[in-house]
Structures are given as C-alpha cells and as structure tokens.
Design a protein around this ligand. Structure first.
Ligand SMILES: Nc1ncnc2c1ncn2[C@@H]1O[C@H](COP(=O)(O)OP(=O)(O)OP(=O)(O)O)[C@@H](O)[C@H]1O
Ligand SMILES: [Mg+2]
Length: 462
C-alpha cells in the first residue's frame, strides 16, 4: 500500500523539483543576459560565429597542424640520424669538415663536433608546444644514442645534442623546417574576417533596431501625455506595421477624447441655456417659500453644470514643458495657508520635470483643496527619482474609509453629500485629479496618512 502510494508522490516530487530548477535557471539566465534588443541580437550573431570558429580552429590545429608538424619533425630527425650514422662511419682522425659541409649543403643542418661531455639537464618543457614532443619522439625513434633537445632557447633555431662514445654532436636546424610555421596566418585570416563580419553586423543591426527604439520612445511619450514629434514608420516590414498601428491607435484615442469633450460641452451648453430660461421664469414667479427652494436648486444645478463644463474642457491642449516642482508645491502650500490651514511643503530630488505644469498643478491643487476642506493640518511632500515623480498630500482630517476609496473617484460622488451641500464642491475634484495623472501615464492613489487623515499620492513617470 505504502509502496503504491510512494511511487506517484515520489514522481511528483521529482517533477516539481525539475520544474523549480527550470524556473530558477530561466530566472538566472534572464538576469545575466543583457536586456536590450541590440546586445541580444549581437549575441545571437556572435555566439554561433565564435563557436563555429573555435570548432574549426580546434579541428585544424588538432589534425592539420599536428600531422604536418609530425611529418616535418620526422624529416628533420631523419636528417639528424643520417648525420649521426655518417659520423660513425668517418675515421676518427679527421677534422669532420666534410661531414659539416655535407650537413650544411644537403640537409641545412649546422653541425659541430664537441669534445665529450655530459649532456645538459633537460630544459623546461614549453607549454602547448607540439614541436617539442613531436621532435623528441621522432629523434628517439631513429637515433639510438642519448640526446638533448632545446626548441625554446633560440627563436628560429632548434638545437639538438647527441652524445656519441667519444664526442658530442651539436646540431642546429632551422625551426621552420620542423613544424608548420604558417598556421598563424590561418588564425589571422579567421579573426580578421570575423571582425569584418562583426562590423557589418553591428552597422546593419543598428539600422534595424533604431526604428524599434523610436517606436518604443513614441509609445512611451504618448503614454505620458507628451507630444510625439516627427515620428514616422521606418525599418523592416513588421516594425513599420507596428508603427502604423500605433499611429492609427493614437489618432483613434485622440479622436475619442475630442468627441467626448465636444459632446459633454454640447450637452452642458444646451442645459445651461434651459437653466437660464428656468431662472428667468422663476424671477417672474416672484418671491415665496417654494420659489426660494426652487431657486436654490437651480443655482446648485448651475454650479454643477459649470464644474461639468470645466471637467469636459479637460485637457486644453497644454504642451509638456520643464516645470519647477519645488516652486509648484510651494505655491500650493501658500494657497492652503491662505485658505486657513497649517501647511508644510518639501521636495526632494531634481525639481525640473517635463510635465504639463498647469494641469499637474490643478491635479495636486484638487487634492490640497480636499485636505484643506476636511482637515486643519496639511503636508505636501514631493520626491523625484530616475523613474517617478511622486507628490503626496497628507492631512489630519477624518480620512476616507478603505472601501470607499475607489468610489470617491467617480464624478459627482461626494461622501458628505447630505451634510453640507453648500460647503462642498461638485464631487469632481478627485476625478479630475486622476484624469490628469493618468494622462501623464501615472495615477492618484489614496491611503492612510501617518498624520491620521487621508494620504493622496500622485505618481507620474518622468
Ligand atoms: N482629504 C479628505 N478627507 C476626507 N474626505 C475626503 C478627502 N478628500 C476627499 N474626500 C471625500 O471624497 C469626496 C470626493 O472628493 P472630490 O474632490 O472628488 O469632490 P469634492 O471635494 O466634494 O468636490 P470638488 O473637489 O469638485 O470641489 C468628497 O466629497 C469627500 O467626501
Ligand atoms: Mg475636492
């Protein structure tokens, strides 16, 4: 029973472990690879090139270079063994000039006969040298006497000493006779051509990627409510399609906003005409308790309509410009003080931000007005970092219960409706504030303030 149960659950365990490992690997891979499209595409081009060249270079070194070196070493060692045999044949009383001449003329070997002496100790083996091991092996195979070789000491000569019974033969052979010396040319060609390839790839890629970057910039600017200046679809077909679709979408959104504005303005305007007529008729009715109430209602309706019109007018096409946020916040603080509240203001970070200044002032101003209306103490604080501009307005008033914090953003919604219609506004302040923040690509968020009341934060990307 327990075995039957442990089987599938064990499998499940392994499965979940593998899944976990896979996710962790993906996260790590994502972290270490560059984020930009440009470096990523370069990697896609460079990696196969490097792998291909490494494989080719390895195979070439391993097969061709080794074989050639071995053959050449064999030839040199044959020559040396011929010199050794010749020395053995020669009578001992001559000066070996014939041997040296033959070796030099016919074999390109420089031979000296030295008096007998022990061979020097073996020198350090050069790291990564095929010639040393190949030559040692080949000479060892053909010459029976003890020998010593040095392939490092002199740059273009190889020195071999062979210990004979009554002498030591010192033989110099040209280094390039013993190994394939021109293989570096192959490497040079390989690196050279890949550099040319890489340059071409970089130039081409830059041209391909710039339209994508432009599209991203344009979309970002539009999201922040900034003007998208001289953006044209360019580049590859797919990129151009995306750019055309973006422009189409942008036009549609702008048309929609415009339509909304005109429609609301139209409705408000028509109603205002009727309201004026209404007021006139009321004036004719004369004074009385009922007409008094009616007049008040009409006034209220008119006030709401004015606010509605202002709301509908919305974005009057202000352009984003560098705005000093420190100054803006200080202005709002002075206004709040003038309205009878105790207000403080602070700003941290570089104060110049590219936003629609009047709009943003209206947005934060609405929040400050709310705080002044509901509380006695107000604190406005702004911070700005590389990505965000955040302005928070704190107060010590009654605050807004958590479940109502979304609701209050609805136009014309007021929580203290019944209590003081006269003292209150039209319930549009927060809607307008959020509208403006969203047009900048940000938002307005309500939360609890450490001062005890409401904290309203405006956050816009910079
Ligand atoms: N700081 C605050 N403290 C407590 N309640 C608040 C605060 N700010 C807003 N509210 C509540 O949210 C409601 C909606 O606010 P909103 O600014 O949208 O409208 P309003 O202030 O009533 O009118 P308007 O801003 O158009 O003059 C307010 O009626 C009020 O009840
Ligand atoms: Mg308000």
């Amino acid at each position: 029973m327990s075995v039957a149960e442990s089987g599938p659950s064990g499998l499940k365990l392994v499965g979940s472990f593998l899944k976990d490992a896979n996710a962790r690997f993906a996260a790590w891979f994502n972290r270490v690879t560059p984020k930009g499209l440009y470096p990523r595409s370069l990697i896609i081009i460079v990696t196969p090139m490097v792998i291909l060249q490494s494989v080719v270079a390895f195979v070439f070194m391993e097969r061709h270079y080794n074989t050639v070196t071995r053959r050449l070493s064999a030839a040199v060692s044959q020559d040396i063994s011929a010199v050794v045999s010749l020395y053995d044949l020669l009578p001992r009383d001559n000066d070996f000039s014939a041997l040296r001449r033959i070796a030099w003329r016919n074999l390109q070997l420089n031979v000296t006969v030295l008096p007998p002496a022990p061979l020097p100790p073996p020198g350090p083996k050069p790291f990564f040298s095929v010639i040393d091991s190949a030559l040692s092996r080949e000479i060892g195979r053909r010459v029976k006497e003890p020998f010593w070789i040095d392939t490092v000491g002199r740059s273009n000569l190889i020195e071999v000493r062979v210990k004979m019974d009554d002498a030591v033969l010192r033989i110099f052979a040209p280094r390039n006779a013993a190994y394939a010396s021109n293989s570096h040319i192959f490497i040079l060609w390989m690196v050279g051509t890949s550099l040319v390839l890489l340059t071409v790839a970089i130039l081409f890629l830059r041209n391909q990627i710039r339209p994508i970057e432009n599209l991203a910039d344009a979309a970002e600017a539009f999201g922040k409510g900034r003007d998208v200046e001289n953006f044209r679809p360019r580049g590859a077909r797919e990129v151009r399609r995306a750019a055309v679709a973006f422009l189409e979408m942008k036009r549609r959104i702008e048309r929609q906003i415009e339509q909304r504005t005109t429609m609301l303005a139209g409705v408000s305007h028509d109603m205002r005409t009727i309201l004026t007529r209404f007021k006139l008729e009321l004036a004719f009715l004369g004074d009385g308790a009922e007409t008094e109430a009616l007049k008040k209602d009409v006034d209220e309706l008119q006030g709401m309509l004015e606010a509605y019109l202002a709301f509908a007018r919305g974005d009057p096409g202000e352009q984003a410009a560098l705005t000093d946020m420190g100054e803006l916040i200080e202005d709002l603080r002075l206004n709040a003080e003038r309205d009878g509240a105790t207000a403080e203001a602070s700003f941290m970070g570089p104060p110049l931000v590219e936003v629609k200044g009047d709009q943003l002032k209206r947005c934060i101003g609405n929040l400050v007005n709310n705080a002044v209306r509901h509380a006695r103490r107000v604190a406005i604080s702004g911070t700005r970092d590389a990505r965000w501009l955040i302005v928070t307005v704190d107060d010590d008033g009654p605050g807004i219960p958590e479940e109502k914090r979304e609701e209050v953003f609805r136009p014309f919604l007021r929580l203290d409706d019944a209590r003081n219609q006269d003292a209150g506004g039209s319930g549009l302040g927060l809607s307008i504030a959020r509208d403006i923040a969203r047009a900048h690509g940000g938002d307005v968020i309500l939360s609890d303030s450490p001062m005890g009341g409401l904290r309203a934060s405006v956050r816009v990307p910079v």
